[in-house]
Design a binder for this molecule. Structure first.
Ligand code: ADP
Ligand code: MG
Ligand code: MG
Length: 247
């Protein structure tokens, strides 16, 4: 079944048409890669989807779980289970892992924050992403790989159905990247849908079910990995829009 359809999305900034009639279809439970060169419109498309750019600031339709969604802000999309992890992580360096996971949504008992329960819940969420740390550890004291995992744990604290990751491995080393890709595979086996922006063909090949290629703010095509395989030439040609000489 189809979880999400973005239909004919157009988004302009002053002097820039970032997206022109872009279409995206994501099936429930899949990992959908979005690829394209820098400036192709990948991040803008995901910001439209997640309410960063609210309904009314773009043209086109978002059909999510069978009905049209008109998100007024990020909170509205999160309430629908759509959580985006931006390229620039949104963590507070001077606060702990647990504080960052809840950020204002801490469990409470008679009005006061219940830190015992919060720590227990944080440990549980951390276990789901394979993050072994003390929840009291400050964000600035852990590496970028673990910080990325905190962001994903935060997404689970919000009951995510559709997880969007914008170039999640861009700053990660190989071991951390591998851990992240394994995690996404595990989520898929539990029915969570992911959209991953990436230009790394090796990782797209390793985990994607479908690949949508954007170029200059337009959809080039969507490839089904099972049916079409990962034809690197086709993907790279789609991304850069020219015939490749010899590869
Ligand atoms: P990608 O994520 O594929 O690298 P973006 O979605 O970030 O591409 O950008 C698509 C186009 O829109 C680029 O030309 C970029 O310069 C422009 N753009 C993105 N965000 C803004 C913004 N907030 N204001 C003006 N132009 C923007
Ligand atoms: Mg970019
Ligand atoms: Mg981007």
């Amino acid at each position: 079944p189809i979880l999400l359809e973005m239909r004919s999305i157009t988004k302009e900034f002053p002097g820039v048409k970032a997206l022109s009639d872009v279409n995206l279809v994501v099936r429930a439970g899949e990992i959908h890669a979005i690829c394209g060169e820098n400036g192709a419109g990948k991040s803008t498309l995901m910001k439209v989807l997640s309410g960063v750019y609210p309904y009314g600031s773009y043209e086109g339709k978002i059909i999510y779980q069978g009905s049209e969604s008109k998100f007024s802000d990020i909170r509205a999309s999160e309430n629908a289970g759509i959580v985006i992890i931006h390229q620039e992580l949104a963590l507070i360096p001077g606060m702990s892992i647990a504080e960052n996971i809840f950020l204002g949504n801490e469990p409470r008992k008679r009005g006061a924050i219940d830190w015992k329960a919060a720590n227990r819940m944080a440990l549980d969420l951390m276990a789901r992403v394979g993050l072994q740390e003390n929840p009291d550890t400050l964000i600035k004291d852990i590496g970028v790989g673990k910080q990325q995992l905190v962001e994903i744990a935060k997404a689970f604290a919000k009951d995510v159905k559709l997880l969007i990751l914008d170039e999640p491995t861009a700053a990660l080393n190989e071991a951390d990247s591998r851990h992240l890709l394994d995690l996404l595979r595990g989520f898929r086996s539990r029915g969570i849908t992911s959209i991953m922006i990436s230009h790394k063909l090796n990782e797209i090949e390793a985990i994607a079910d479908q690949i949508t290629i954007l170029r200059d703010g337009r959809t080039v095509e969507t490839l089904d990995v099972k049916a079409d395989g990962v034809d690197e030439d086709r993907i790279v040609r789609g991304m850069v829009g020219r015939e490749l000489s010899s590869r």
